[in-house]
Design a binder for this molecule. Structure first.
Ligand code: URA
Length: 434
C-alpha cells in the first residue's frame, strides 16, 4: 500500500479501509507522508466526505497516534468539554475554572485559532507568563494539586490531530464533519476524558451553518463517544452573532475575567450554565440541571470561580497581577469608537465577518507560521435586538496599524446592520442531543 493508492481511492469517492486510514495517520505523524500528500487526501475527504465507519476509524487512529493519558489515579470521573469553534467564544476560560471550583477535575487540552474562529490557547497566552506547553507529568500534577490545568496540544497526545489541525487551517479544509468530529474526539479520548460535553455551534460564525449539519456533527461525535465508551452530550448553541462583547485574544481574556467576577453577559451566561450543568451532572456532583445551574451562578457571584482562575494562572507561570488589574493587559495604540449612523434596532452582526475582521487586524493566522497580535480586536457594545440611537457608540476597534483604521471602520459599519423595525434577541441555546 502507498499513500498514492489512498489518495486516489478517496479522490474517486471510494471508502477507505481501517488499515489504509491507519497507514496514513501513522505515516503522516512520523513525517513519512509529506504535507502536500496529506493536503491532497484531506481535500479529497473534505470534498467527498466519509462514512461513519471511516470517521470512527480516523478518530481512533488519530487518538492512538500518541499516548493515551490515564487519569484514573485521580480517582474521580473526568468530564471534558470542547467547542466546535466560534467567534468571541471565551466559554472555556470561564466555564472550566467554574466547574473546577466544585472539585471536578479539569484536564483540558485546547486549540489555537482555526480559520476565522479564535482558540483558547491563543487567549491564555495573552496572559504574560502563562505556559500552555508544559510536559505531561506536570499537566497531571497540576490537576492533582489544584484540580485544573489548561494546556495546548504540545504533548504527545493525539499528535496526528496537531499536524492535521494546522494543515487544514492553511488549506481551507476546516468545515468538514468527518474532519471536525475526528479532530475533537481524538483529542478528548487521548487526554483521558471519561465523559464529554460538547458545544456544537451553529450559524454564520460557526463551521456548521445550518441546524441540520450541526445535528449531524453532534450525532457523529456522540456515536464515536459511544463506541469509545465515553458518554457524550452535545449542546447546540447559536453562533449567528459573536458570543459576548469582545472578539480578540486579550480583549476576550478581559471579558472572561469580568465574567468570573460575576459581571457576565446574558448570552455567555446561558452557554456557560448549559454546558456547566451537564458537566456537573456527568461528574456526579448534581443530577438536577436546574439546581446545577443555580450552584454555578452562585460560584460565579461569590468569587470561588475567580479564585480558581487565579490559582490556574499562577500555577502555570502566569503573572496574576495582570488578572487582578486587567488594565495592565496589553492594549493597542488606537482604540477607535464606531458611531451608529441611524436610529433603530440591530438586526444582524454576522459573526464570520467579525471573525474575519479580527483576523485582518492581526488576531488570527493566515499561514501556520503567522504570529498573532494578542491586543487587537473588536468590542461590540450592542447585540442583535438592541435599540440604538444615531451617533451612539456601538463598537470599539482596537488597532495597532494606523493604515487599518479607516478600512476597519467602514467594514464594521457594513457588518452591524440596523433597521427601523423591532428585532427579537437571538436564542442562545438551541437544543441538547444525548
Ligand atoms: N475544534 C477542534 O479541535 N477541531 C476542529 O476541527 C474544529 C474545532
Amino acid at each position: 500500500m502507498t499513500v498514492l493508492d489512498i489518495i486516489e481511492k478517496k479522490r474517486d469517492k471510494k471508502e477507505l479501509e481501517k488499515e489504509e486510514i491507519e497507514f496514513f495517520v501513522n505515516g503522516y505523524t512520523k513525517g513519512e507522508i509529506t504535507d502536500y500528500q496529506a493536503s491532497a487526501l484531506v481535500m479529497a475527504i473534505y470534498i467527498n466526505g466519509m462514512t461513519n465507519e471511516e470517521t470512527t476509524n480516523l478518530t481512533l487512529s488519530m487518538a492512538h497516534s500518541g499516548e493515551i493519558l490515564d487519569l484514573s489515579k485521580l480517582g474521580k470521573t473526568i468530564v471534558d468539554k470542547h467547542s466546535t469553534g466560534g467567534v468571541g467564544d471565551k466559554v472555556s476560560l470561564i466555564l472550566l475554572p467554574l466547574v473546577a471550583s466544585f472539585g471536578v477535575p479539569v484536564a483540558k487540552m485546547s486549540g489555537r485559532g482555526l480559520g476565522f474562529t479564535g482558540g483558547t490557547v491563543d487567549k491564555l497566552e495573552s496572559i504574560p507568563g502563562y505556559k500552555t506547553d508544559i510536559d505531561i507529568n506536570k499537566f497531571v500534577q497540576n490537576v492533582e494539586n489544584i484540580g485544573i490545568s489548561m494546556i495546548s496540544q504540545t504533548l504527545n497526545l493525539a499528535p496526528a490531530d496537531k499536524k492535521l489541525y494546522s494543515l487544514r487551517d492553511s488549506i481551507a479544509c476546516v468545515e468538514s464533519i468527518p474532519l471536525i468530529a475526528s479532530s475533537i474526539m481524538s483529542k478528548k479520548i487521548a487526554s483521558g476524558a471519561d465523559k464529554i460535553v460538547l458545544d456544537v455551534t451553529v450559524g454564520s460564525g460557526a463551521f456548521m451553518k445550518d441546524l441540520k449539519s450541526a445535528e449531524k456533527l453532534a450525532k457523529e461525535m456522540i456515536e464515536i463517544g459511544k463506541l469509545a465508551k465515553r458518554e457524550t452530550v452535545a449542546v447546540i448553541t447559536n453562533m449567528d452573532e459573536p458570543l459576548g462583547r469582545s472578539v480578540g485574544n486579550s480583549l476576550e481574556v478581559k471579558e472572561a475575567i469580568e465574567a468570573l467576577r460575576g459581571n457576565i453577559l446574558e448570552d455567555v451566561k446561558h452557554v456557560v450554565l448549559a454546558l456547566g450543568s451537564y458537566m456537573l451532572k456527568l461528574s456526579g456532583v448534581e443530577e438536577d440541571l436546574e439546581i446545577a445551574k443555580r450552584m454555578l451562578e452562585e460560584n460565579l457571584n461569590n468569587g470561588k470561580a475567580y479564585k480558581k482562575f487565579l490559582e490556574l494562572v499562577k500555577n502555570q507561570g502566569g503573572d496574576i497581577t495582570y488578572i487582578e488589574d486587567i488594565d495592565n493587559l496589553e492594549e493597542t495604540k488606537y482604540i477607535e469608537p464606531v458611531y451608529s449612523e441611524k436610529t433603530g434596532y440591530i438586526y444582524n452582526i454576522n459573526a464570520k465577518e467579525i471573525g474575519k475582521l479580527a483576523c485582518y487586524l492581526g488576531a488570527g493566522r493566515v499561514t501556520k507560521e503567522d504570529k498573532i497580535d494578542k491586543s487587537v480586536g473588536i468590542e461590540l457594545l450592542k447585540k442583535v435586538g438592541d435599540k440604538v440611537s444615531k451617533d451612539e457608540v456601538i463598537a470599539y476597534l482596537h488597532i495597532n496599524k494606523p493604515e487599518q483604521l479607516e478600512i476597519a471602520k467602514e467594514k464594521i459599519k457594513e457588518i452591524i446592520k440596523i433597521r427601523k423595525e423591532k428585532q427579537e434577541k437571538l436564542k442562545t441555546i438551541i437544543k441538547v442531543i444525548k
